[in-house]
Write a protein that binds this ligand. Structure first.
Ligand code: PLP
Length: 480
């Protein structure tokens, strides 16, 4: 087989030369980004490193093609190759997740959720409305009827996980459109354990009677029982939508099976492709046959022309995720999260829910006397890239926060294992134990400024460099 590393090297060197001939500063920034990613401990739970095959697939002339519509039914001419790409991506997604139907056009996770929301509204509200009015589509409605339907569509209820319990802003958070287009309520976690309390979710669902029950999370470090969530949805007549953006890699890699696999239980599943799934930046929707026709109308409902070059890269990423090696990777992501959590617990750090059983750990940094913002900044000084995150009932609000969210997908892709993640926990505790909160100009306690003891950043960078050198990112890819 050709040496893929040297092929990749020459592909990127030549591509960068072409880019530099037009705008050298972009070529330089692209090189700098690789250098930065190579030399830092990337622990952002929503990030990963896509393969060169996935990355290269995005840089082609498919970017130039308009293809509004669906496979074989486009509003533009000359879409035969896009049809090939979209069919393949959807087929791989269906096979990978055992789904009845896959829609691979959403540009991002937020778009996938918008497609899902409007599909549910179209299927549950608009469809029956038109049927009762004996109309084929909305264009046949009188202005008066159209206003009534619009009011009905805007009068529906959604129940999702609250942001500080680990939900996502698209799950009914007021500043997001999901919190504006629906009457929304949120379920949280048990204040004593930090764990999802299914009885409390059921009680809230019975009282609120949502049209949409959303399950899934961005910062909840535990698995969810989707069979139970479906029972709750069925009891109140809700559509169960699961947003698996964060953990779709663990579903694809069969770490989450049975009741923890959302696909057999949810009516609609949404996801990103770029987090634990390790694909290009994008989104997709899986659905049952019942919801497929409305999901299929993502364009023109809320999407315009699909990103054909990204759909091609999704097909490549799904094909990678169907390989046996991806299962081993996904299992390692979960094992490494366990090692990271154990590493913190044995050093007396506080974790939300007391641990993890997925790919992420939520460290409560208030026991170090810090806000999430101070901890995030001090860690970044030491070359450890994390993001601050609210913890349940956070007293520091969503901007400063009291937590740091850490995930294992990216460093697992580099080959980090148990010992390295234990060392990562040690380095993080070392940084945070040597960080002092600062004061405001007026002399009061600051939530943003901090001081990191001298020498700590260099020491941590040195220890990280040893691990990073042992597990190089894109080995063999040498930029000129
Ligand atoms: N859903 C969840 C659960 C997420 O965590 C995210 C991203 O953080 C999204 C949706 C949105 O994804 P994107 O940034 O691709 O729009």
């Amino acid at each position: 087989m050709a040496d893929l590393n040297s092929l990749t090297s020459s592909a990127y060197n030549q591509a960068l030369e072409v880019i530099a001939s037009v705008e050298p500063r972009i070529a330089a920034a692209t090189k700098a980004e690789l250098a930065d990613q190579r030399s830092s401990l990337k622990l952002i739970a929503s990030e990963n490193y896509a393969s060169p095959a996935v990355l290269l697939t995005m840089g082609t002339w498919f970017s130039d093609k308009y293809a509004e519509g669906t496979v074989g039914h486009r509003f533009y001419a000359g879409c035969q190759n896009v049809d090939t790409v979209e069919s393949l991506a959807a087929e791989h997604a269906r096979e990978l997740f055992g789904a009845e139907y896959a829609y691979v056009q959403p540009h991002s996770g937020i778009d996938a959720n918008l497609v899902a929301f409007w599909s549910i509204l179209a299927h549950r509200i608009e469809g029956p409305w038109l049927q009762a009015a004996e109309k084929k589509n909305v264009n046949e409605l009188t202005d008066e009827d159209w206003e009534k339907l619009r009011r009905e569509l805007g009068n529906q209820r959604l129940l999702g996980m609250s942001l500080d319990a680990g939900g996502h802003l698209t799950h009914g958070f007021r500043p997001n459109i999901s919190g504006k287009m629906f009457h929304q309520q949120q379920y949280g976690t048990d204040p004593a354990t930090g764990l999802l309390d299914y009885d409390a979710v059921a009680a809230k669902a019975r009282e609120f009677k949502p049209l949409v029950l959303v399950a899934g999370y961005s910062a909840y470090p535990r698995r969810v029982n989707f069979a139970t969530m479906r029972e709750i949805a069925d009891e109140v007549g809700a559509t169960l939508m699961v947003d698996m953006a964060h953990f779709s890699g663990l579903v694809a890699g069969k770490v989450f099976t049975g009741d923890e696999d959302p696909v057999p239980h949810a009516h609609i599943v949404t996801s990103t492709t770029h987090k634990s799934l390790r694909g290009p930046r994008g989104g997709f929707v899986l659905a049952t046959e019942e919801y497929a026709p409305s999901v299929d109308r993502g364009c023109p409902m809320v999407l315009g022309g699909p990103l054909s070059h990204v759909m091609a890269a999704k097909a490549v990423a799904f094909a990678e995720a169907r390989q046996e090696s991806f299962r081993a990777y996904a299992q390692k992501v979960a094992d490494n999260a366990q090692s990271l959590a154990d590493g913190f617990l044995k050093r007396d750090a506080t974790l939300v829910t007391g641990g993890t059983d997925n790919h992420l750990v939520l460290l409560d940094v208030s026991s170090f006397g810090l806000t999430g913002r101070q901890a995030e900044s001090a860690l970044l000084d030491a070359g450890v890239v994390t993001n601050r995150n609210s913890v349940p009932a956070d007293t520091n609000g969503a901007w400063y926060t009291s937590g740091i969210r850490l995930g294992t997908p990216a460093l697992t892709t580099r080959g980090f294992g148990h010992d390295e993640f234990d060392s990562v926990a040690e380095l993080i505790v070392h940084v945070l134990s040597n960080t002092e909160p600062g004061t405001t100009k007026a002399g009061g306690p600051s939530k943003a400024s901090y001081s990191l003891a001298e020498g700590v950043a260099d020491k941590v960078k040195g220890a990280s460099a040893e691990m990073l050198d042992k597990h190089p990112l894109y080995p063999g890819l040498d930029l000129a």
